[in-house]
Write a protein that binds this ligand. Structure first.
Ligand code: G3P
Ligand code: CA
Length: 304
């Protein structure tokens, strides 16, 4: 692997000094046959998505991996929220009635801090806030959890990849331990993922989507994961994906989303997926528990 000159310069700025760090077992799935369970937007079936409460709830359930969505405010702060507007998950329409269409990028951090990001979900969570990425990382660290960080709608936020990496570094998430055990960065934007890979080639990355099998090799040059909607996954697709090696030389992985029921989770485990991203991580964990995998039987049955 080579770092291009510009990326190398920025890499130096980010504190990245090694051209290539060998992949450890920890960069692969936590278990070869038991999918990694990732709490989608935190344990978002039980607490308001992308809040610290959702991270806490995942921790309460004993879930190590959490997923989030990162965007940027008008004044340049990184915040954790899924939609590109604030309407669905905050009371922004009440607090700022004249500010339609209430885009995240039209509000300052100070304004967003005033919003209630919990009441829409349940009165029990009234007063929950849209966290900054910094606050979010502190909480995930406090729980010793791991993070699947999604850069959301990067086309709206030029430079968000570098900014996110800088925040990760500032928060201690780009040291060897975090990079090799605790962090994956993903996006629906292939360009964005490629940018992350160029800036920090050691960081594990994923592309959200289901590229044609014939195109997977191109993605594998800069990602370690292809993370498809579970509705698009077949045993053949997972088997084809597993034939390839990702950016760090290990078998390409698939973390699939968003799976909230046990039977579907068990079926996808049988397909051989490496991770399942879910709003109900306790349900998926229970449905996929046990070391036995019927991966080969699914593949064999479909091939015959
Ligand atoms: O991590 C997968 C999933 O989060 C992708 O979809 O829309 O929930 O961000 P979305
Ligand atoms: Ca997401």
């Amino acid at each position: 692997m080579r770092i291009r000159p510009l990326a190398a310069a920025v890499g130096t700025f980010l504190g990245f000094s090694s051209l290539f760090l060998p992949t450890t077992a920890a960069q692969a799935a936590d278990h070869p046959h038991r999918p990694v369970v990732v709490a989608h937007r935190g344990a978002s079936a039980y607490a308001p998505e992308n809040t610290l409460a959702a991270v806490d709830k995942a921790d309460d359930l004993g879930i190590t991996w959490v997923e989030n969505d990162v965007q940027r405010t008008k004044d340049g702060a990184l915040v954790v929220i899924h939609d590109t507007d604030l309407k669905r998950t905050t009371n922004v329409e009440q607090v700022f009635p004249d500010r339609a269409p209430w885009k995240v990028s039209d509000f300052t951090l100070e304004e967003i801090r005033q919003l209630d990001a919990g009441s829409w979900f349940s009165s029990a969570y009234a007063g929950a806030r849209v966290p900054t990425l910094q606050d979010y990382l502190e909480r995930v660290s406090a729980h010793r959890q791991k993070l699947l960080l999604e850069i959301k709608a990067p086309e709206l936020y030029p430079g968000i990849e570098l900014q996110t990496l800088l925040e990760l570094r500032r928060s201690g998430w780009l040291d060897h331990h975090h990079v090799h055990r605790k962090l994956i960065i993903q996006s629906f934007s292939a360009d964005s993922v490629q940018t992350v890979h160029k800036l920090r080639p050691d960081v594990k990355t994923g592309f959200l989507g289901t590229p044609d099998v014939g195109d997977l090799g191109k993605y594998a040059e800069y990602v370690d994961q292809i993370n498809p909607s579970h509705k698009t996954v077949t045993p053949q697709y997972i088997a084809a994906l597993h034939q390839l090696r990702g950016a760090h030389g290990r078998q390409l992985e698939a973390y699939t989303w968003t799976v909230n029921d046990g039977p579907t989770a068990a079926r996808l485990k049988g397909y051989g997926v490496d991770g399942i991203i879910t709003n109900t991580p306790d349900v998926v964990r229970d449905a996929t528990a046990g070391s036995a995998s019927n991966h080969s039987s699914f593949v064999g049955a479909s091939a015959s």
